[in-house]
Write a protein that binds this ligand. Sequence first.
Ligand code: ZN
Length: 533
Amino acid sequence: MPSPTDVETFISRLEDRVAPVERTVREAWWHLATTGTEEAQQDLVRAGMEYNELFADRDEYQEIRGYYEERDALENGLLRRQVEVLYRTFAARHGDRETLDRIEELEAQANAIYGNHRGVVGGEEVGENEIREILRFSEDDTQRREAWEASKTVGREVEGIVRELARLRNRLAREAGYPDHSHRSLDLQEIDADELARLMSGLESATHAPFRKLKEDLDEKLKATFGIEAVMPWHRSDPFFQEVPEDAGLDVDRHFRNRDLTELTRRTYDTLGLDVRGVVARSDLYGRPGKNQHAFCLSVGREYPYDVRVLANVRPDAYWMNTMLHEFGHAVYDRHINPKLPYFLRTVAHTCTTEAIALMMGALAEEPGWLEKVAGVTKDELDGDAERLAARRRADGLVFTRWALVMFHFEREFYADPDRDDLNDLWWDLVERLQLVNRPPERDEPDWAAKIHVAIAPVYYHNYVLGNLISAQLRNHLETRVTGGEQFFASEAAGRYLQEAIFGPGARNGWQDTVLGATGERLSPDHFVKSLL
Ligand SMILES: [Zn+2]
């Protein structure tokens, strides 16, 4: 039986070493993102290596593993929880050194190939953005087909690396006693593989009929536009059918032209009683040469007062309004974690819980009620948008879910046997069954390897799905039990509830208990599915 004093000593010694390095890594990350210099890049690599070293010691791994295996004997729940969190942190970095290094090397190679590969359309080399432009706007059938095919040619180039990565990841998994990488990865993410499979299959049957209907409507439009009998993958507006085509009659951007998006973000969170002024002050929100072009939220240290920052490249349009509300959703979560929690629990419960908050907040940018009540758009200005926005939100949810199901099933089969020679068919069987997309005749290409996540963000896609499910379940709870029927974004009671039920507890409980505690029920697809009908 572990002595609580030993466990406490282990943890506090580790905290002393981890805290400063963690801060340095985050500062280096921020520095690189805001300057893009070579020097910042090197600083980050150095700090990252130093951080990984902290969890690489074999003796310490054995020690924490021993505590983990006997954690039920620890009476103090906080101590037990820290052991669980730390064991997973160590286990994720544990394994044969040579295999770990080789994986890192191959991931870097794959990353470079995805970044540098250019397809060819009409004899010219084209990048991803140009391919997207063609698929969105071109009326030329031949050009569209060429562009779609060009979007997949990277698959052949990386296929071998992706298979090798899967074999190596499986090797680590088997050494640790798992059947394959997919099982190991889910376990380290504290997700039960069978339960996830049940959620996914529930989602599949519940979305089947509405998706079929939506897809028929979309296809009718495409047939009319292109004058065709059968819709092929290249008639869609993106290479994998992850998104719904734009609605030409809907211009949400007009509500944000000439608006100050930072001010709208502040106002949105003020309405919930969540002050983001401190975050805004430390943030870097507008575009500049050399700066990272995306957006993210970063919590620099775990010492109170928390130093939480958002990086963005705001422009006055709906995309950036969504992104600002999304990233500040992550930020308010980070800011309100109870500072009295032990160091290693002063973080979010799980990727899927912080994504749930961010998704719930980001979606407001295209919600008629928020546009009217918070952004001050008048009923006249909203015009006929309300119905179109609602239709698009439902369509987005359906299309994304069916695509995510393809990723989920494919990766599960892929890690069960990365050497099988019918992977190309397996991919298209799933695309046909789940997305109802026609397979081009005799197509036998590694189209699965053209999706970057398969190579470098493996077994991750379910987090987006879980985020959607949690977000819908939480919103339902807020609006039926907390706000007295009022829309949550207009309610300070909702903001207080989020602080108490989700943000405050940090990683005190696992994500499932956090969801159960905050919504009164275990996670199910029901509320999300209802929101799509
Ligand atoms: Zn996010």
